[in-house]
Ligand binder design. Structure first.
Ligand code: DX5
Ligand code: ZN
Length: 232
């Protein structure tokens, strides 16, 4: 399985965001995870489409290849901001189904803007909506903390939900041949990333674990060593 590491810039130095994005890409980031909070759906306020547009030119490796900008919307309502982030340069846009009045419509809207679309599940939210939405989903994001803040502890029940999501994804792959990413977000560190991979995840968000250390590459390398040892 291909494993991707998606550093969350929520824990980066906002005064030097362009440099931080460049440094974490140089350190080996596969995606840049961009947390959008609105002080309504979640009790915190972060960054908007203007900041996404400003960092987009930095989302590129030394060899010129692009690093996908993975926008995680913790906002309500969803639709207008999803469009704004698409126009600002997002590659993937994920939202929480309970924050959208019409989940299917929002998925179509994101695709219509040329982006991949994801659904995000809070620790206490079941995966039920996938029964009717999986054919329009490119990414499933399982929250292993309650959204709103970086630096929280991993909630262990997320492992069971990741395993359930993996079964749903494998069934959809067998049915339609489509690949769907399975990302986990919150409290991921070097010492638990392997268990998350073994539960079935392929994409790992890490904020404080990476930006809280002086040497980003050392953390990403240590995470990759754990992933290489994972049973799947
Ligand atoms: C939480 C955000 C996460 C967060 C992860 O609401 O969605 O992406 O920044 O940060 P850590 O890795 O510190 O838990
Ligand atoms: Zn996030």
């Amino acid at each position: 399985m291909t494993h991707r590491i998606a550093p969350s810039i929520l824990s980066a130095d906002f005064a030097r965001l362009g440099e931080e994005v460049a440094s974490v890409i140089e350190a080996g980031a596969d995606w840049i995870h961009f947390d959008v909070m609105d002080n309504h759906y979640v009790p915190n306020l972060t960054i908007g489409p203007g900041v996404a547009q400003a960092i987009k030119p930095h989302c590129v490796r030394a060899d010129g290849s692009k690093v996908p900008l993975d926008v995680h919307l913790m906002v309500q309502p969803v639709d207008a901001l999803a469009v704004a982030f698409a126009k600002a340069g997002a590659d993937l846009i994920s939202f929480h189904p309970e924050a959208s009045a019409h989940v299917d419509r929002t998925l179509q809207l994101i695709h219509g803007e040329g982006c991949k679309a994801g659904l995000v599940f809070n620790p206490a939210t079941p995966l039920d909506v996938l029964e009717w939405a999986i054919d329009k989903v490119d990414l499933i994001l399982i929250m292993s903390v309650n959204p709103g803040f970086g630096g929280q502890s991993f909630i262990a029940s997320a492992l069971r939900k990741v395993a359930q999501a993996r079964k749903i994804i494998d069934a959809e792959k067998a049915r339609s041949g489509r690949d769907i990413a399975l990302e986990v977000d919150g409290g991921i560190k070097v010492d638990n990333i392997r268990a998350v991979a073994e539960a079935g995840a392929d994409t790992f968000v890490a904020g404080s674990a990476i930006f809280g250390q002086p040497d980003y590459k050392a953390v990403i390398d240590a995470m990759r060593a754990q992933l290489a040892a994972a049973a799947r």
